[in-house]
Design a protein around this ligand. Sequence first.
Ligand SMILES: [Zn+2]
Length: 396
Amino acid sequence: MRKISASYIFTGKEKLLKNGVLLLDDEGYVVEVQDTKGNLREIPMLEYYNGIICPGFINAHCHLELSYMRGMLQKTENTVGFIKQMLQKRGSLNGNIIEEIARADKEMQLNGIVACGDICNTEDSFITKAKSRISYYNFIEVLGLKDNEAKIKIEKAKQLAISAISSDAGPASIAPHASYSVSLSLYNEIKLIAECNNSIISFHNQESLEEDALFGNKKNELYKYLEIFGLNKNTFPKTNKSSFGSIAQYLPKKNNILFIHNVFTKKEDVELAQKLFPKHFWIFCPKSNLHISNCLPDINIFKDENRICLGTDSLASNNTLSILEEMKLLQANFPLLSIETLLQWGTLNGAKALQIAHIFGSFETGKKPGVNLIYNLDLQQLKFNRKTKVRIIASC
Ligand SMILES: [Zn+2]
C-alpha cells in the first residue's frame, strides 16, 4: 500500500483537497482518497510532495503518425497556408518515421499522459501503440470530396481499423476529417457505421475562419484550394450558416462525438451542439491553434465545463506533446480559469470523451488512473508559471 500526500490533491473534479491523502494498493489501484481538511496528522510511511497531485492526463487529440514533422512547418496565419506546407513537406523526411513516433510516445509518457485519442491515416503508429504504456483510441480518419469515391474510402478505412485492432494498437473507429473535406455520400456512410457500432467520433471543427464561407457563396482561398481535390458548387448545400450549422445534420447524434479545435465556433454553434448532440465534447488544442491561425477559441462561450477536454494536436503544429503546457497557455490567456477547471479538462473530461472513465481520469476507488505531481507552481495563488513541470508518481 502507498500513502501519498501533497500540498493539494485534485481528484478529477471539484475543489482541491489541501493536504489530502491518496491510498493506492500495490498495483496502483485507488483504495481511498482522504480529505484531511488541511490537518495532516502523522501517518507512518507517508510520501509527501510539494505541489498538486492529480490523475494521469488524457490527451484527447493527437496525430502521432505526424511526429516526424516536428519543427518542419512554419507558423502560419491561416489553415490554408498550413495545409499547403503540410502537403509539400509530407514524406520529405530524413529520419525514420517509426522512430519519431516512438520518441513522441515516450515524450507523452514522461509528460504524464496515460491515454490518448489519436487520428490515423496510416498504420505507421500501430507498432508503437501496441508496446506503449499509453492507452490509445484510434480515430481512423476519412476524407474525400468526390462522391463516387466514398465506398472505396470507407473500405480502406475499415481495413485500417481492423489492422489497428489486430495489432493491439487499441480500439478504433471511423471518423470524418472536417466539415470541408468530406462529401455528403461519405458523411452518410460514416454515420451509418458509427450508429451501427455506437462508436466514438472525432471531427475537426471550425479550425479556420475560411470554413464558414464555404457554405455561403464565397469562393475564398480555401475554396480555390479544395477545387484541386474535387470541390465544386454542388459538393455542399449553400446554407449561409456556419460550417458547423451546415454539417451537423450529417453527423451521428447519439454517439460520443469529439469536436476538435473550435477556434471560430460561435455561441449559436454551441447552442446547436447542446440541442443536437447529447454526448458531445469540445476539444481545445490551444498551442496548435496559435501556430496555425494565431487565434484561440473564445473559451467563455463554452458554458458546460464537463464537456471540455484538451489535446496537443501533432508535432507538425506543436513543439510539445504535453497537456500541462496546454493548460499553462490557457491559464496565461484566460486568467479567470481556475486551476481545478483546467485540471478537470485535462483529466476526467478526456476520459469520459474516450469512454475510459471507469479506469482513468479521477481518483475513485477501484480505478487505476496513474498519478502525476505538478510542481514548481505558485501554491498561494494556484497559478502555473514557466517553470511548472509534471512528473509521474505512480504509473498506470
Ligand atoms: Zn488534428
